[in-house]
Ligand binder design. Structure first.
Ligand code: EPS
Length: 403
């Protein structure tokens, strides 16, 4: 079973995460892990924090000579900005006269759309900063580090994960299912918003510029595509073993996500079955290990039927609300007087959909790695790969139509 916890505040010294359940003997590509962290920091519309940080994972346990040991893997990501927040975020005691940094006012005016008001009601905190520091999307850097390890385990099982931005505000490519895994994978790393269509990407950038000009923010949606997913992951037998539910919960848990769609997603509500369900056609000699020896002209199911992977690409769309901090703040109250007051303003992004797509990849990788270990489990990567190869061989023997 794969489990992880993250800890750390946005402006504290460091983020920390402990990942439990990675088999021993997996050779880690540390450069690739830091590349994922770099990807999360990119994106047109990201805020000034991304100029300060240069996120890198420092491994402090569970790895020796570049190989996982089977022990818990601990990673730390330093917050460079901590140097500027030592007074506001002093840990052991309130700041003293010689504590470096500047004083920042207590946050008392909750931002609509963030955890501010609900958080201080729940924890009784006198300062909203005690809530917003942990609620911040900064925490997703730790999840991306965990996801980067998980995707290296999945790579050993033939699975690759990519994403692409589908919609930002009024600008959209339309149907995400029209984009293939190969097309999404081919998007240049340095594209401003990781959208397959450059003209639409320009429209997205204009929408972000207009929002920034208006002191507003912009949301959108992204799609994660997992390719080469072994069939048979997840299960139909219990609510909490259905892989679509597990994937939806993981993507929904990313800051600002308000909806998740699998495959055709919300369209399933309006189209008849004859236009939704993916027909199954014989495909003589198909030997692609992940497929069940058939071809399916459509993939509206997004690679999952009955909560179980069916060998087709996994396709999950995350719908992200606009960032909750507006430079032209919405109406709120000051909780010290309960009088009406504009919402607080914290440094923030105008749009972070492309960053959320990278986090979405990480969350899908974590859930898929967990499901893969359920089916192909072993204490070492050799055992896991051997079990996976045996399963693929059985699938081929059973489903690949005879020549
Ligand atoms: C973010 C870090 C945060 C925000 C942003 C994204 O850093 P700071 O608060 O110092 O600017 O820029 O977080 C949010 C927009 C939010 O609402 O939580 C990050 O690392 O992705």
């Amino acid at each position: 079973m794969l489990r992880f916890l993250t800890a750390g505040e946005s402006h504290g010294p460091s983020l920390v995460t402990i990942l439990e359940g990675i088999p021993a003997g997996l050779a880690l590509d540390f450069t690739a892990i830091n590349h994922e962290l770099r990807r999360r920091q990119l994106g047109y519309g990201r805020g000034r924090r991304m100029v300060i940080e240069s996120d890198r994972a420092q491994f402090v346990s569970g790895v020796r000579h570049g190989l996982t040991t089977g022990a818990p893997i601990t990673m730390m990501i330093a917050n460079r900005d901590w140097e500027n927040w030592r007074r506001t975020m002093a840990i052991e005691a309130p700041p003293t006269a010689d504590t470096p940094g500047v004083d920042r006012a207590t946050v008392t005016r909750p931002r609509p759309g963030h955890a501010d008001l609900a958080g201080i009601a729940k924890y009784g905190s006198p300062d909203i900063r005690n809530i917003l520091e942990r609620a911040s999307a900064r925490e997703t850097a730790a999840r991306v580090a965990v996801g980067a390890v998980a995707r290296q385990l999945l790579a050993a099982l033939g699975t690759d994960i990519v994403s692409h931005v589908v919609t930002i505000g009024p600008a959209s490519i339309g149907d995400p299912l029209a984009v293939s895994y190969a097309q999404a994978k081919a998007i240049p790393e340095d594209s401003p918003l990781h959208c397959v269509n450059p003209a639409v990407e320009q429209a997205m950038m204009r929408a972000i510029d207009a929002a920034k000009e208006a002191g507003d923010t912009m949301g959108g949606c992204f799609e994660v595509i997992a390719h080469g997913v072994p069939p048979g992951l997840g299960s139909h037998v219990q609510w909490d073993r259905k892989l679509d539910g597990r994937l939806a919960q993981a993507v929904m848990s990313i800051q600002a996500i308000k909806g998740v769609g699998i495959g055709r997603g919300p369209d399933v509500a309006t189209l008849p079955g004859s236009q939704i369900h993916d027909e199954i056609l014989p495909a003589a000699g198909v030997t692609d290990g992940a497929r069940l020896g058939v071809v399916r002209p459509t993939n509206n199911a997004g690679g999952l039927e009955g909560g179980i992977t069916n060998g087709e690409d996994l396709r999950i769309v995350g719908y992200m609300k606009p960032i909750a901090t507006l430079m032209k703040p919405l109406r709120s109250v000051d909780v010290t007087t309960m009088k009406d007051s504009p919402a607080a303003i914290e440094r923030s992004d105008v749009c972070a959909v492309s960053a959320a797509a990278v986090v979405g990849e990480a969350m899908v990788a974590i859930v898929l790695a967990d499901a893969a270990l359920e089916k192909f489990g072993g204490d070492s990567i050799e055992e896991v790969v051997a079990n996976w190869q045996a399963a693929i061989a059985r699938t081929r023997a059973r489903f690949v139509s005879q020549p």
